[in-house]
Design a protein around this ligand. Structure first.
Ligand SMILES: Cc1cc2nc3c(=O)[nH]c(=O)nc-3n(C[C@H](O)[C@H](O)[C@H](O)COP(=O)(O)OP(=O)(O)OC[C@H]3O[C@@H](n4cnc5c(N)ncnc54)[C@H](O)[C@@H]3O)c2cc1C
Length: 380
């Protein structure tokens, strides 16, 4: 693994840095979720205007055809600049690449452009009340009517950003008689219809980041099937592989920033003089560095083998563990002040609790690492 950037990568980074320096995202609106979302959406629009919204997308779809390393540089620089994660992150990282892999020319033509500009926001309707880690046990049904439309009925849950979304990438059961993984189909569902009700769920942070989705007779035309009837499991795996690979660099940079903030505040209060505090800072610094290097190692694997491997599970696990430790450390260090309602640290501490659940729980990731990286016997 070579960690130095070549001339092309350095030029890419410098151009990007200059762009971020010229395009200040403005002050982050902290206490109003809708305003915060509008701020992120606006910044994505500006990224798209300059061709930076999805550097990893091929040029023909409005991207820059960036290599994996350049993509990693993009997220590192985005994190470093303090700019927000694009509003349509699920569209850019999950729906777009899945449509590029499985979509018909007409589907690519229809859906990709508005993803890039944040004109049409996407959400991910995979999890259900009785199907999370074990996604293949999902129960939402889709039945094809004589006229050709599919009619969907069921419930999804934890659907992030559904309240802002025009489209939902959704997996439903189309053949209840087939083996679990075979009877599934992947749909691109229009959220703006009577058969879809979005009910926000309030999280421990007080935010309404995710929602329940009640689907009662929602209609999807046959053109909204992605990758063929009965092929939903394979199409969903494309989405899930992109989910873990895409965010690793952004998250490790944000973790580094959080840790640097803890260190700066601790230094300002003279707390670093305490050897126990210094020892803990050293340990967390080491973990953040190991995470950064492991993310690069995962990148090398993708460059060699052409697709994200199970190593992505290791970085996701390490990131959630370390982020929870860093925010917990801040709470211990700054005491009650860090836990004031509406305060930045209180938000970070509480939001970090979900890190070990979202995008695959730590227990499930450990199983993947044990079985597919270490070659240990299967749990079941
Ligand atoms: C902030 C946040 C945002 C989310 N956004 C979305 C979204 O936009 N779209 C979407 O579809 N989903 C979303 N999710 C849902 C997320 O994908 C699920 O919560 C996750 O997959 C776990 O499923 P579950 O909650 O049903 O837990 P379960 O799968 O029921 O797990 C319960 C517990 O059992 C453990 N467990 C389960 N199976 C095993 C096993 N085989 N071995 C060992 N332990 C096991 C788990 O680790 C966990 O501790 C989001 C979740 C969070 C927290």
């Amino acid at each position: 693994m070579d960690l130095t950037f070549n001339a092309r990568e350095l030029a890419f980074r410098d151009e990007l840095r200059a762009w971020f320096a010229e395009h200040d995202p403005g002050e982050e609106p902290l206490h109003d979720e809708d305003l915060h979302y509008a701020w992120r959406r606006d910044f994505q629009r500006r990224l798209a205007e300059s061709g930076w919204a999805a550097v990893h997308w091929p040029r023909e779809y409005g991207g820059r055809g960036a290599t994996l390393t350049e993509s990693a540089i993009f997220f590192e620089e985005l994190g470093r600049s303090g700019a927000p994660l694009p509003a349509n992150v699920l569209g850019l990282l999950l729906a777009g690449p899945t449509i590029m892999t499985w979509g018909t020319p007409a589907q690519k033509e229809r859906y990709l452009g508005p993803i890039l500009t944040a004109e049409e926001i996407w959400c991910q309707g995979f999890s259900e009340p009785d199907a999370g880690s074990d996604l293949a046990s999902l129960k939402t049904r889709a039945v094809r009517e004589d006229g050709g439309d599919w009619v969907l009925t069921g419930q999804k849950v934890w659907t992030s950003g559904a309240q802002y979304s025009k489209w939902c990438m959704l997996v439903a059961r189309t053949d209840p008689e087939a083996p679990r993984h075979k009877g599934l189909t992947y749909f691109l569902m229009d959220m703006e219809q009577d058969g879809v009700q979005v009910r926000p769920l309030r999280q421990i942070t007080g935010e309404r980041e995710f929602n329940e989705l009640f689907i009662d007779g929602a209609r999807v035309p046959d053109e909204g099937v992605l990758g063929g009837v009965g092929n939903g499991w394979k199409v969903a795996l494309t989405t899930l592989m992109n989910e873990r690979a895409g965010l690793a660099f952004f998250l490790q940079v944000r973790l580094r920033q959080t840790l640097d903030r803890v260190i700066a505040e601790a230094a300002a209060e003279g707390l670093l003089e305490d050897p126990l505090v210094a020892d803990r800072v050293g340990e967390l610094h080491l973990k953040a560095e190991v995470l950064r290097l492991t993310a690069y190692r995962g990148l090398t694997a993708v460059e060699k083998y052409g697709q994200p491997g199970p190593e992505g599970s290791l970085t996701k696990w390490m990131w959630s563990d370390t982020n929870q430790q860093v925010t917990q450390f801040a709470a211990e260090l700054f005491g009650p002040r860090a836990l004031e309602a509406g305060g930045r640290w209180a938000y970070e501490v509480l939001r970090a609790r979900g890190n070990s659940i979202e995008g695959g729980t730590t227990e499930v990731l450990k199983n993947i690492v044990a079985e597919r990286v270490l070659g240990l016997p299967r749990a079941r």
